[in-house]
Design a protein around this ligand. Structure first.
Ligand SMILES: [Cu+2]
Length: 506
């Protein structure tokens, strides 16, 4: 009964963004709002409707105020933003702004950030996919209160019906006869049985309703069925996720290309994480949900797959799967596909467990062509849930900054970050942890909306020729532990992948 009472309340659903990531719930972003460069952290709420915490640091001291407003990326909800909420400016650090916003439902949200200051106004829209992840149990005190109330009602109905049967026909002041007392007791016993029956079946009904509701509300990644066909062709079939098909206006199921590809597939040999592939399966003609890719040379082993897609609404998913692969001679790597080798993780794991960051895999990665990728780690140890700049520098074999870095799929760099237990996967870019396709969609709609001033410009301009050999990624590790990072920068027509190990503390 206690349990029944405990469920007798609205179920609250916790929120977890599930964009081009797996197990990495906060949004980290850097970009331009008009003339101002902002570094943004959005901590998503534990409940829905719930409060997301927004922290923004401006690199420009001239920013006098920042306001934020959440709205959907596409659909009717994206066209009529409510009035924005101002963020509080820190007294000690006037370039730091913080505040909170309500996210009322699951879906493909954006947070529109408006900055004002000496150089006028600027706006940027940051995608924040939100989805219920689990349920939150009712508060103990509320449960106890409701249980006490139920007990009171239960005793009341039993004694009222008993008294009615026993004394209902008596004159005032008259005492009940023994047989009236007996009938009263029978009625009370019958009432107990009936009410307990109602409570029992009501509890069953309620639990099944709650389960059905939870099934419909809690986010699930679409299932991904992976198989290997003759000739080393990998076939990936996306299954249906009822969560997505239940939310056609906000999620939609059609896919849109994200940095030029409908799917980004990461294939990592586990547990050692010594082989890494970044591939781009293509849709099989005539089938909306089946992708295939001709694998390059792959050595035998057990492989973890993470497959990133973005939907028409800007909602991203990372599907996960595992597969045992034989030795595959494979086809040569072409186009944007890339691979990398690294020392097996086990070599470092014991050192990592010793928890001294200095014993981690070196911060200088010598690449197969003799050039070097350097992680400018800085003196501060990494800690969980903190905004951090992951900075990397590409040097030629003489140790000079590389002067032939070029964009890789339109960006200065890509980084894939995996916790060694595979519970976290993030595919990030110099703009941060947002899905690039969602970011572009949000900017487009932001600039086109009545409230947009059209000045939203991103740091994602497609550089055509030489770009800086230094690439910085804003990110925050979601929990302590050991992580392996695959950092991909293109140089002279070749994708260089540096592999770095990181220990993240509490
Ligand atoms: Cu990427």
């Amino acid at each position: 009964m206690r349990r029944w009472i405990a469920t007798l309340t609205v179920l609250f659903f916790a929120l977890a963004p599930c964009w081009a990531h797996f197990g990495s719930p906060d949004v980290y972003f850097q970009g331009l709002a008009g003339p101002y460069h902002l570094a943004v952290t959005i901590r998503t709420p534990a409940m829905i409707p719930g409060v997301a915490f927004v922290e923004i640091r401006s690199s420009d001291p001239g920013v006098s105020s920042i306001s934020v407003v959440p709205l959907y990326i596409v659909g009717a909800g994206s066209k009529y933003p409510p009035p924005p909420d101002p963020l509080a400016q820190s007294k000690e650090d006037p370039q730091f702004f913080s505040g909170k916003i309500w996210l009322m439902e699951s879906g493909s949200w954006q947070v529109r950030v408006q900055a004002n200051g000496a150089q006028g106004a600027g706006e940027v829209a940051i995608p924040v996919p939100a989805a219920a992840r689990n349920t939150l149990p009712m508060q103990k005190s509320l449960g106890l209160l409701l249980f006490a109330l139920m007990t009171l009602l239960f005793l009341a109905i039993v004694s009222i019906l008993g008294a009615a049967r026993r004394e209902g026909t008596l004159e005032p002041g008259q005492d009940p006869e023994p047989n009236q007392k007996r009938r009263g007791r029978w009625v009370m016993a019958g009432t107990v049985v009936i009410v307990l029956g109602i409570l029992f079946f009501g509890n069953m009904w309620w639990n099944s309703e709650a389960r059905a509701k939870a099934l419909a509300m809690i986010y699930k990644t679409p299932p991904l069925n992976v198989s290997l066909e003759a000739g080393g062709k990998m076939v990936l079939r996306m299954g249906d996720s009822s969560w997505h098909s239940n939310r056609p206006e906000t999620v939609m199921t059609k896919l849109i290309p994200d940095h030029g590809h409908l799917m980004h597939l990461f294939l990592i040999r586990v547990p050692q994480m010594d082989r890494f592939y970044h591939l781009h399966p293509e849709l099989v003609p005539g089938s909306p949900n089946t992708f295939s890719v001709d694998l390059p040379h792959v050595p035998i082993g057990h492989y973890q797959l993470y497959a990133d897609i973005v939907r028409e609404s800007g909602f991203p998913d990372t599907m996960v799967a595992e597969i045992d692969l034989p030795d595959i001679p494979g086809v040569p790597l072409t186009g944007d596909n890339s691979d990398a080798s690294a020392p097996p993780l086990t070599v470092y794991e014991s050192a990592l467990r010793a928890s001294a960051p200095v014993t981690e895999k070196g911060d200088v990665e010598v690449l197969p062509d003799g050039s070097r990728m350097v992680w400018e780690r800085g003196p501060i140890p990494l800690s969980a849930n903190h905004f951090v700049w992951l900075r990397f520098r590409l040097e030629d074999s003489q140790g000079k900054p590389a002067n032939d870095v070029e964009p890789y799929m339109g960006m200065a760099g890509h980084a894939e970050i995996i916790r060694t237990d595979r519970s976290v996967f993030a595919h990030i870019h110099p703009n941060g942890s947002v899905a690039m396709a969602a970011l572009e969609l949000a900017q487009k709609n932001s600039a086109a909306s009545a409230h947009g001033n059209g000045s939203a410009t991103m740091d994602m301009q497609m550089p055509t020729d030489k770009i800086s050999p230094e690439v910085s990624f804003p990110y925050g590790f979601p929990k302590p532990g050991n992580y392996r990072m695959f950092v991909q920068i293109k140089r002279a027509g070749r994708v260089e992948t540096g592999v770095f190990d990181a220990l993240v503390t509490q």
